[in-house]
Design a protein around this ligand. Structure first.
Ligand SMILES: NC(=O)c1ccc[n+]([C@@H]2O[C@H](COP(=O)([O-])OP(=O)(O)OC[C@H]3O[C@@H](n4cnc5c(N)ncnc54)[C@H](O)[C@@H]3O)[C@@H](O)[C@H]2O)c1
Ligand SMILES: [Zn+2]
Length: 695
């Protein structure tokens, strides 16, 4: 069939038809991408070709709309499409020679873009879409199909399952040459609706968008059915008693306890954020005898191993082993992993290979407990874990039918260190100041804590927003973007168990903690003679004791991580200045101020800096002021309550009203990386009050 056909008389103008086809393409992409069995996150691409007109020459052309580089099919929008002239792409095909350099071809494919239709950059799979004649093409990474693609006798299995309907293209690195192989096979065998790409995935096509989608879904369903009907019932072999999953609460407690160590090890080359997964698929895999044989084989689909690294680290101890033994063994296995990775690099690198990118594992498997996955941010870490679950599904299917045989290390290395992949990494914007850091902010539901959580998140930190008011904490976490950016905890900082549990939750959510802001606080103003013991205990409980408990629990995790850290106290001018009616609050703040110095002195050898900020007169946004303190202070100073912020400002050297954002900016200045040799200081954030100058 010709895709440059002149439209039949009475057909809508070319532009309208193109728009309709593009709309259908987006709808099909979203539908396919919504199901993780159809393709992994951000994996695969879809396209359509439609008769169109060159706006300059008025000549007919075939417009290729194809999902561009990056992004996910499930949420693909028009901006995510690349637009190319498919006729030009075919001219390029005529110039291709077996000696052609893949990277040069990518640059030439770029030259086939339609300048009148700006869009996303074309992906490496563009040639495959453009060179196939069919108007609609899907390229997907479905677990059930990759099971066939990585089975030792995959080609024979595809023939048995599909006869002449689906072909087989042996493993070939993605790129122009792979696109040509697929297109040639499709031309030679008109009965084909698609091909399984050895070691990699699936490409299907159709005359209409619906036909392409139906072909994709049908091939996937038939692979799933074939595995269910013809596969062994025990693809991972016998269950291993020692790897049996622990109870959920117990395995999460161990995962959290091991987290700082594991994260620290996996951050040897670069600071990583962690994601924990104890889904049934992971626990089942790890509790069967095949795991020890399959894990070292690593993943196969290029999308998978780019995120999971060539292979995971597998702890070879039962979950019930003593904690110290697990720690010891993880250290040994990590050192061995790094040696093995360096050897893999040395074995395959050529003088042109980019430098080694880091030798730490991205996936750590703990039998009976679950899986830790790591990435430079939470989303990347989570997706790496999801991809390993995809890989487990692939291995289960391949082992059910045959034997799992991923592409070999030399090919994996070629992709991992491909110049194009390197270029993609170089194009990434530089990481933000706090990228990869996990920050626990107490009292994050309101005022200064909320402003601080916002500021730290804006610089890339993953946030654990803790507050006595669980709903307020949840509002903060939701505002910051939800689970990949921030998690909420309801916790009373004066409660020892609650604080330990909060740090444990932080470890489970992100793998550890690097930065703590002791901000939770409250204030009760009363003259000495009217201050009750309860008021005293409450303020000492939250501020003196609370920040001690939080610092202690966090420092334990930081020391286990071995990555240094920051503890910042939100103290107060009142730690230094003796104001009226303030004995409990002011002296509790003085305790915090001295904790800063004591802990700076004690924790410096672990690379942990401890500093504080001394705000004053932050009326706007502050729950403390709204809750009665403001009214009493205003009465003491003889000003209307709504004038209090300005009144405080009028007493300062700079005369500027202090806002929560000013305090947040000071916290960020202390822990954002610009003051690496500063510890034990208190920074006033008070618009200038001589009596509060620290000395
Ligand atoms: N507002 C100011 O002018 C000012 C000046 C100096 C110091 N500070 C200090 O700044 C910090 C924040 O104050 P703010 O003005 O933003 O007040 P805020 O009331 O707006 O916020 C304090 C938060 O801490 C939480 N909190 C209270 N007790 C807690 C507990 N036991 N466990 C966990 N969370 C708890 C509250 O629920 C609230 O969300 C406090 O430590 C305060 O002493 C404030
Ligand atoms: Zn692919």
């Amino acid at each position: 069939m010709s895709t440059t056909a002149v439209p039949p008389p009475g057909a809508p103008p070319a532009g309208d038809r193109a728009e309709a086809e593009i709309a259908a393409l987006l709808q099909r992409s979203n539908q396919l991408g919504a199901d993780r069995r159809v393709t992994n996150y951000a994996g695969g691409n879809t396209s359509c070709k439609v008769a169109d007109v060159d706006p300059v020459t008025g000549a007919p052309r075939t417009l290729l709309a194809v999902k561009g580089s990056g992004g996910d099919l499930g949420t693909l929008r028009r901006e995510g499409l690349a637009f190319l002239d498919a006729d030009r792409l075919r001219l390029l095909d005529a110039r291709w020679t077996p000696e052609a350099d893949d990277d040069d071809m990518v640059r030439l494919v770029e030259c086939c873009r339609c300048p009148d239709r700006p869009g996303a950059a074309p992906s490496i799979d563009t040639a495959m879409h453009g060179l196939l004649d069919a108007p609609h093409v899907d390229h997907l990474h479905p677990d059930a199909v990759i099971a066939f693609a990585t089975a030792a006798d995959g080609e024979a299995l595809v023939r048995r399952c599909f006869g002449n309907e689906v072909g087989w293209v042996p493993w070939q690195r993605p790129g122009f040459a792979l696109g040509r192989s697929i297109a040639e096979l499709a031309r030679r065998s008109p009965s084909l609706r698609g091909v399984v790409l050895g070691g990699h995935g699936l490409t299907t096509w159709g005359d209409t968008s619906d036909a392409a989608r139906d072909a994709s879904l049908e091939v996937i369903r038939r692979c799933e059915r074939f595995i269910a009907e013809h596969g062994r019932p025990d693809p991972f072999g016998a269950a291993v008693a020692a790897g049996a999953p622990l109870e959920p609460a117990r395995r999460r407690a161990i995962a959290a306890a091991l987290a700082p160590l594991v994260r620290g090890l996996c951050s040897t080359d670069r600071r990583m954020v962690g994601h924990f997964c104890d889904d049934d698929a992971v626990l089942e895999f790890l509790s069967h005898e095949a795991a020890t044989r399959l894990v070292p084989l690593g993943t196969s689909c290029p999308d998978h191993f780019l995120r999971t690294k060539v292979r995971p680290l597998l702890l070879d101890l039962p979950p019930g082993a003593p904690f110290e033994a697990q720690v010891e063994r993880l250290r040994e296995l990590h050192a061995q992993y790094r040696d093995d990775y360096a050897a893999y690099y040395a074995r395959h690198a050529t003088p042109d290979t980019p430098p080694m990118r880091g030798a730490d594992p991205a996936i750590v498997l703990l039998p009976g407990i679950g899986m830790w996955s790591f990435g430079p941010d939470k989303q990347t870490a989570r997706v790496a874990g999801e991809f390993y679950v995809n890989a487990i599904n692939v291995m289960r299917g391949a082992e059910a039918l045959s034997r799992y045989l991923p592409i070999d290390d030399a090919e994996k290395f070629g992709i991992e260190y491909w110049a194009l992949e390197e270029a993609k990494l170089r194009r990434l914007p530089p990481p933000r100041r706090l990228a990869g850091r996990v920050a626990l902010v107490t009292g994050a539901g309101s005022g200064i804590g909320l402003a601080t959580a916002r500021a730290l998140a804006a610089e890339g930190a993953a946030i654990v927003a803790a507050d006595l008011d669980a709903e307020a904490a949840a509002r903060t976490a939701a505002e910051l973007g939800g689970d990949d950016r921030a998690v909420a905890l309801g916790a009373d900082v004066s409660d020892e168990n609650a604080v330990d549990a909060a740090v444990e939750s932080a470890c489970l959510a992100f793998g550890g903690v690097d930065l703590v802001v002791n901000n939770a606080g409250l204030s009760v103003s009363a003259p000495l003679t009217e201050t009750t013991a309860e008021q005293w205990d409450l303020q000492y409980g939250v501020m003196a004791r609370g920040s001690f408990l939080v610092s202690r629990a966090a420092a334990r995790a930081m020391i286990a991580q071995g990555l240094g850290g920051d503890i910042v106290y939100v103290v107060s001018k009142n730690a230094l200045v003796a104001g009226p009616d303030n004995v409990a609050y002011g002296s509790a703040k003085a305790s915090q101020a001295h904790q800063v110095r004591l802990l700076a002195a004690e924790l410096g050898r672990h690379g942990i800096r401890v500093n504080g900020v001394n705000p004053d007169g932050v009326v706007r946004g502050s729950g403390i002021f709204a809750g009665g303190w403001g009214a009493r202070r205003a009465a003491i100073y003889g000003v209307p309550e709504e004038e209090l912020g300005r009144y405080y400002a009028s007493r300062t050297l700079l005369g500027i009203e202090v806002l929560p954002e000013h305090v947040a900016a000071a916290v960020l200045a202390l822990c954002g990386g610009e003051l690496p040799v500063t510890t034990g200081v208190l920074v006033p954030v008070d618009s200038g009050i001589p009596a509060a100058f620290p000395r």
